[in-house]
Ligand binder design. Structure first.
Ligand SMILES: Cc1cc2nc3c(=O)[nH]c(=O)nc-3n(C[C@H](O)[C@H](O)[C@H](O)COP(=O)(O)OP(=O)(O)OC[C@H]3O[C@@H](n4cnc5c(N)ncnc54)[C@H](O)[C@@H]3O)c2cc1C
Length: 423
């Protein structure tokens, strides 16, 4: 039996009783594989559209990245507007940026419409680690305003940083009032409850062992098969195990988070007076925020072997103490890892195999984009594929190096970027 791996989120999540595994055959209009945000959002939208919908999850709802992430709601696509503009031109960049911001509205709408209690807080701060990063953020704020009329982001100058976060590590940054943070596992559980209320049947501990896309979508599981008119594949970092064709576009990268002891109200307010989520502008970044019960939830450090560090707290602690020397020796009560599905160009990868649609590869930027991704897949199933196709048409390259060399080559690339961060 799979239980949630130990983490602060597993320890503080709302109870979601284990749903039964599939036993016997089933039929539906839509079968969804994967019970993270992408799959849950797709299943919910599918049921709302009137499709009979079945979702299979290999372990528990939110067992993957959706139940273990930093909880940071980072508005927009992973690429800066300037990069989207340079690469795709005005019209396409404008449409992609608008889609990125719509993702924020979709999550906020789901939370309020379904009464999901997931500790939603407003404000995301992108911290400039170098003066050049702050200069790039100034251009970004201007461009967002002129290109799509986005006015929720503003520049924080260096002398104003202490009103956002109590550290001397940054040169300023960009504060976005539409961003924020949430309890990631509770958001997943809330989506699952909403999906069930809309009519979705959820089977947990039901891994898809194989999928046939030649006619209807057929999902083979240990306890039976599901036949559906349409399939939705939402396995993110693990998609390659089910669809080897997709393995080349996906690099699973493990990242570690910790939660400190509960801080007093005064300590918490002194540490992050804005209560924003904070992510650094470096390529290999620290990201952190306060939980609802005043713990510092901190992700940081780089580790490229799949073997976890012997002591996750000891692995992450130096990064906390570099940003917050005032927290030297702070008790760390939880440490956990999760796998990020990363694509070569860090943009999400959407597409089709026969009657099955897939969406994955949010590259560390999926708390917001996933809800929209699930909805865009259902929009496409309902005969309006334009917005799904806009993302599916983004350029995709597989990781170089084939089965043996792709990971070492990726590590070499990351070490190069990590070195550039330090220059
Ligand atoms: C440590 C960490 C920190 C992160 N921090 C942030 C952050 O702060 N902000 C942000 O925007 N993003 C962050 N991310 C990324 C974000 O969590 C992901 O982009 C997002 O959760 C992906 O959701 P998903 O539903 O596509 O995939 P997942 O949540 O991984 O869900 C996929 C599900 O599919 C199931 N599955 C896999 N194979 C099968 C199969 N064969 N049959 C049935 N089920 C299967 C898995 O068990 C899993 O539950 C972070 C990720 C990690 C790991």
């Amino acid at each position: 039996m799979s239980e949630y791996p130990p983490s602060y989120y597993a320890a503080s999540a709302e109870l979601f009783a284990r749903r039964a595994a599939l036993a016997g055959d089933a039929a539906a209009d839509v079968v969804v594989v994967g019970g993270g945000y992408t799959g849950l959002s797709a299943a919910l939208a599918s049921a709302e559209a009137g499709f009979s919908t079945v979702l299979v999850e290999a372990r528990r709802i939110g067992w993957g990245a959706s139940g273990r992430n930093g909880g940071q709601m980072i508005p927009g696509m992973r690429w800066a507007a300037t990069d989207l503009l340079d690469k795709f031109g005005v019209e396409r960049a404008r449409a992609l940026i608008a889609l990125g911001f719509e993702a924020t509205c979709r999550v906020r709408d789901r939370i309020s419409r379904h009464g999901i209690s997931c500790d939603l807080c407003d404000g995301h701060f992108q911290a400039a680690c170098k003066p050049a990063h702050l200069a790039a953020m100034r251009r970004e704020v201007e461009l967002l305003e002129s290109l799509v009329g986005y006015s929720a982001a503003r520049i924080v100058e260096r002398d104003e940083v202490p009103t956002v976060v109590a550290t001397e590590a940054y040169h300023g940054g960009m504060l976005d009032s539409e961003g924020g943070h949430l309890h990631p596992l509770n958001y997943a559980i809330g989506l699952a409850r909403a999906a069930e209320a809309a009519g979705v049947t959820i089977f947990e501990e039901t891994p898809a062992l194989a999928m046939d896309h030649s006619g209807p979508a057929i999902v083979i599981t240990p306890g039976g098969r599901i036949t559906a008119r349409h399939g939705i594949l939402a396995c993110d970092a693990e998609v390659g195990a089910l669809e080897p064709k997709l393995r080349q576009v996906m690099m699973p990268v493990i990242n570690y988070n910790v939660a400190t002891r509960v801080l007093t109200d005064a300590e918490a307010r002194a540490l992050i007076p804005s209560n924003a989520s904070i992510a650094e502008s470096r390529f290999v970044l620290n990201y952190y925020r306060l939980s609802a019960d005043n713990r510092l939830i901190f992700g940081g450090g780089e580790k490229y072997s799949p073997r976890p560090p012997a002591d996750i707290a000891a692995f992450v602690r130096p990064h906390i103490e570099r940003i917050f020397p005032q927290l030297r020796g702070i008790e760390i009560e939880y440490g956990w890892g999760g796998t990020i599905g990363v694509t070569m160009n860090r943009l999400p990868h959407f597409g089709r195999i026969g009657n099955t649609l897939f969406a994955h590869g949010y590259s560390g930027h999926g708390v917001l984009l996933t809800t929209l991704a699930g909805e865009l897949m259902v929009e496409a199933l309902r005969g309006r594929p334009e917005r799904f196709d806009m993302v599916a048409d983004l350029p995709t390259r597989g990781f170089p190096g084939g089965a043996l060399l792709r990971h070492p080559l990726y590590v070499a690339g990351m070490l190069w970027y990590a070195l550039r961060d330090r220059l």
